[in-house]
Design a protein around this ligand. Structure first.
Ligand code: SOE
Length: 384
């Protein structure tokens, strides 16, 4: 017997599309008891919201999120707004007893994140944060290989997330399209937007990060602000470089920037262990590179595993072996896992508490960039 799960989505940008697509598709491929229903779309621009709702099939359109969180015809609130609104909406939704699915990063800083964790945990509502890259089958396979102990003791974790879309000094900051450049709305620049993905994956694959040393740079320091029409100081970090220690004794090395000309979404990571290494690249997302030193010498080398077979994570639900899937499927997989967790009662990782640990690392990175010293993260990494 299926059960409707009535979703109210707040915000409708790029992420609104990825989530809506997942809600509409998940039950066609993943048998689950709960069936998402696109109940309410909430956004301030009523004409655009109406158009989005018609395109994706939302039943109702509402202008103010405060009119949504208490609705009795809604079971779950999905937050796709700029980051500065996450906390207030999530806390109100949890207090109203709604499940909460929140876009990353959880919050603009860890202090806000703590309050959000308290709200969902004391209300006892299901919660998750859309760190979608974990659910790309090649990345999930990396997790499996690490968990099986194939790599042996881990020495290094390195990751990069490189883009180039903010290089032009003419690009304004703020407003609907460019809030990621406005520190007031985003909290930080590449640290919260891009590096947070790397940190989420890193702690999931390799355990907690205990301390960091970092530098950030803002290459364009003044930009026109869309909301005020004035040229204002830029408060975000354009680039961020980090060294860190993991609690398992391995060393981490991270870089994120929006100033790497030629790179659009070049998210890569590599893990080097005593016996084996894995490497992954979002631009070639269905492949996992694997090197095993225990292979016979004459054929030893990097294997490029095409992660499309039925025994690869999530792939049994899709086409036939050899046929690849894409970026949007990572959201479908996260949703399928979330719906699965509603049936088992298990936490839907990454939970708010897990995402808070990423937030703590990001805060420590920004602190270190100011202090020029090593900073403790205070991370308490419990997720298995
Ligand atoms: C920024 O350009 C962005 O859209 C991020 O906000 C997303 O989290 C990332 O997955 C892709 O890049």
């Amino acid at each position: 017997m299926t059960q409707d799960l009535r979703i109210a989505m707040i915000g409708y940008g790029f992420m609104g599309k990825t989530h809506s697509h997942a809600y509409r598709t998940v039950n066609n491929f993943f048998p689950r008891k709960h069936r998402p229903v696109l109940q309410v779309l909430c956004a301030r621009d009523s004409a655009k919201a109406k158009e989005f709702a018609e395109t994706w099939g939302y039943r109702h359109v509402v202008g103010d999120w405060r009119d949504v969180v208490n609705r009795s015809d809604v079971d779950a609130i999905d937050i796709c707004t700029p980051n500065d609104l996450h906390a207030e909406i999530a806390i109100a939704a949890a207090n109203a007893g709604k499940m909460v699915l929140c876009e990353k990063p959880l919050s603009i800083n860890a202090a806000e994140g703590e309050r959000m964790v308290r709200a969902v945990e004391s209300a006892g509502v299901a919660n998750t944060v859309w760190y979608n890259y974990r659910r790309i089958p090649a990345v999930t396979l990396a997790k499996q290989l690490v968990a099986e102990g194939r790599l042996g003791r881990i020495f290094h974790f390195r990751a990069q997330f490189l883009q180039d879309w903010t290089i032009s000094a003419d690009l304004p900051q703020g407003g609907t399209g460019l809030w990621r450049l406005d520190a007031g709305a985003a909290g930080s620049g590449v640290t919260g937007d891009l590096l947070a993905h790397c940190i989420d994956t890193a702690q999931w694959l390799n355990g907690g990060i205990s301390r960091v040393v970092a530098r950030t740079e803002t290459f364009i320091r003044r930009r026109m602000h869309v909301l005020t029409g004035k040229v204002e100081d830029v408060g975000i970090d354009d680039a961020c470089e980090v060294l860190c220690d993991f609690t398992n004794g391995s060393l981490g090395n991270f870089e994120s920037t929006r100033y790497a000309r030629g790179h659009k979404a070049k998210y890569t990571f590599e893990i080097n262990g005593e016996n084996a290494s894995v490497a992954w690249d979002l631009h070639d997302l269905h492949r996992l590179q694997y090197f095993d030193h225990r292979d016979e010498g004459i054929i030893r080398g990097w294997h490029s595993v095409h992660v499309t077979d039925g025994d690869h994570p999530y792939m049994k639900q899709w086409w036939v072996p050899g046929l690849a899937i894409g970026y949007e499927h990572s959201f479908i997989h996260q949703l399928a896992d979330f719906l699965g967790s509603l049936e088992t009662g298990a936490p839907a990782h990454p939970t708010f508490r897990d995402a808070l640990q990423t937030g703590k690392v990001c805060d420590a990175i920004l602190r270190s960039a100011k202090s020029s010293r090593w900073e403790e993260t205070g991370v308490d990494w419990r997720e298995r």
